[in-house]
Write a protein that binds this ligand. Structure first.
Ligand SMILES: [Zn+2]
Length: 218
């Protein structure tokens, strides 16, 4: 599927383009498209006032771009919740379906869906679901590689990427689980997490895309 303008806006927001400049290379990687198509699309989106472009730094969403991207992410994440809660999908299966559904969902349908689901605050990957007309404003969290040995953490959010999610299913790591970091291997080696039910070894690469909250000591 060729990504359309909305997919660009959404990816730029997911990469932090609401307050940081995102470069073309990040977009090329994120959408698996050629550098030429990225430049072409960016020119179009700048013309439509959806993006600001700063030469040699990258692009950032304008207010208008942020509103549009937020509404798409709202629809995407509401469908993800529906698929997991009502149709028995797992969190690594929902992305592709939600990707198609978000583009054909009116605001009326999104609102009915939100009501039906009791206005969920988060998607199955821990991303926030904005209210109608509100902007995506993800809570700032550090990733798992930022914490020291013996830190107590809760898995709060993971990036919505198929390969990562397949890996997390394989190692049985789930959202909202609480762990202690019991081993950090040197030289960007794996990080070992443990609680009273299980021990999970997480690769350094995956740990970069897993965002956690710290659990205050009692
Ligand atoms: Zn999600």
């Amino acid at each position: 599927m060729t990504p359309n303008r909305e997919d660009y806006l959404k990816l730029i927001l997911e990469l932090g383009g609401d307050h940081n400049k995102i470069n073309n290379k990040q977009i090329v990687t994120g959408l698996s498209v050629s550098p030429a198509s990225v430049s072409e699309m960016i020119t179009k989106l700048v013309k439509e006032s959806l993006l600001d472009h700063v030469p040699y730094q990258g692009v950032q969403l304008t207010e208008k771009g942020l509103v549009l991207a937020s509404s798409l992410i709202r629809k995407h994440r509401l469908w993800e919740v529906f698929l997991v809660q009502h149709l028995g999908y797992t969190w690594n299966e929902v992305h592709d379906e939600a990707e198609v559904l978000e583009h054909i969902t009116s605001s009326k349908l999104a609102n009915r869906l939100a009501n039906y689901l009791n206005s969920p605050a988060n998607c199955p990957h821990g991303g926030m679901i904005p209210a109608e007309g509100a902007l995506v404003n993800e809570k700032e969290r550090k990733n798992l590689t930022s914490y020291p040995l013996h830190a107590k953490i809760r898995i709060a959010r993971v990036l919505d990427e198929r390969e990562l999610l397949d890996y997390l299913v394989m190692i049985h790591l789930h959202l909202n689980e609480e762990y202690e970091i019991v081993e950090i291997a040197p030289y960007e080696g794996p990080i070992t997490l443990k609680n009273n039910k299980k021990t999970v070894v997480v690769s350094f690469k995956a740990a970069n895309s897993i965002f956690v909250d710290t659990i205050p000591e009692e």
